[in-house]
Design a protein around this ligand. Structure first.
Ligand code: G6P
Length: 360
């Protein structure tokens, strides 16, 4: 390929490191001269006119969709559902009167999404594709496109496309809120700038995260990720990253759901990575950590600066609470990277996986 790794040993590490730069490029691309959000008027109209958004995606993009739903509902007050493309294609839910379909796809080529899009077009509904690839199949076949501007992503495990997807979804949500005349108490571009700086600070701490990977994951068979709310969804992505490249059996769980079954799996030394970035669930996720530690788990807490905590944790620089996923995923990307590296796995080309899956 024309894209080079430069001084990086792997594309994945390069792409993780590029995330602050991608954030700043997204800010630039989606801002006009007056510092207002720059978006095609017909995209704005399509979102404002719909009564419900149906997000369709797969893999990491599905996880970005879960966060996007929170943005669209909390910031823009648009009811939003998120669906796995391969399930949706044969098991379509009852649709609202004026649905808008949002396809999230790094490559724009995923066959599972395409088959849903074909159906949506047949039904005469509107579709917006959020993709990294201009002119991709999904982009060409849908009414509207928003680009991620993340630059080519080569490593099979998606990193910078995920954070870019969440950033574009946040901008779309804020734009919709503004179009609806809702009052917002924050400046999205300023907050994304703060996110860019926070990611940069985390990438500079990669030695600390390499140590976490060595301490917790060098020989383990499994690993659990727990969180509540947004943190739960980011935990799902953390688990997927670890599975994909290190082949460690990893699962993400909602903190409150642990006691309903999963806690039976905790043994002496089981690694549990807990995310604590949301103030309203800070004490409850910490109780979950105590519950697993009592049963022998080896717990690592990743928390947001400013929240009440005790002991040694990985502290994320403070960012707007809704945008915490864009920052909290970075230590998980780096921990997975180093876990794979220390277990001698092929980081950029994991077994059995393809970058873009063009068969159903
Ligand atoms: C493949 C890749 C994943 C990716 C998923 C969706 O399974 O290995 O990393 O998240 O496809 O890809 P898309 O290009 O649609 O975002």
């Amino acid at each position: 390929s024309d894209i080079e790794k430069g001084t990086y040993p792997h594309f994945m590490l390069k792409e993780i490191d590029e995330q602050p730069f991608v954030m700043r490029r997204i800010i630039q691309e989606y801002q006009d001269d007056q510092d207002n959000i720059k978006l095609d008027e017909d995209v704005r109209q399509a979102v404002a006119d719909c009564d419900r958004i149906y997000i369709i995606a797969a893999g990491t993009s599905y996880h970005a969709g879960l966060i996007g739903k929170e943005f669209l509902e909390k910031i823009a007050q648009v009811p939003t559902e998120v669906h796995i493309a391969s399930e949706f294609s044969y098991n379509m839910p009852l649709l609202s009167e004026k649905p808008l379909f949002v396809f999230i796809s790094q490559s724009g080529e995923t066959a599972d999404l395409r088959s849903v899009l074909v159906e949506v077009n047949k039904l005469g509904h509107k579709a917006l594709t959020i993709t990294n690839v201009q002119g991709s199949t999904l982009s060409r076949e849908s009414h509207y496109t928003l680009l991620l501007h993340a630059g080519p992503e080569i490593a099979v495990a998606s990193t910078k496309a995920y954070t870019a997807q969440m950033a574009v979804l946040a901008i779309l949500a804020v734009d919709t809120a503004q179009a609806k005349g809702l009052t917002l108490d924050f400046d999205p571009m300023k907050e994304l700038g703060i996110v860019a700086n926070a990611i940069e600070a985390l990438c500079d701490q990669n030695e600390k995260l390499e140590q976490v990977a060595k301490d917790y994951l060098s020989t383990t068979r499994n690993c659990f990720f727990i969180g509540r709310g947004l943190d739960y969804h980011v935990g799902l992505e953390g688990a997927l990253k670890l599975k994909e490249i290190s082949y460690i059996q990893a699962e993400g769980f909602a903190g409150g759901e642990l006691k309903h079954g999963t806690i039976a799996l905790i043994e002496e030394g089981t690694p549990v990575i807990a995310l604590a970035t949301q103030e309203h669930v800070n004490s409850s996720i910490r109780s979950n950590v105590s519950e697993v530690v009592t049963r022998g788990a080896n717990a690592c807490i990743i928390s947001l600066e400013g929240l009440e905590r005790e002991g040694d944790e990985i502290i994320l620089p403070s960012v707007h609470t809704l945008l915490a996923p864009l920052v909290s995923v970075v230590p998980m990307q780096l921990i997975s990277y180093y876990a794979a590296l220390h277990r001698d796995c092929d980081v950029d080309k994991p077994r059995n996986l393809a970058k873009s899956v063009t068969v159903e």
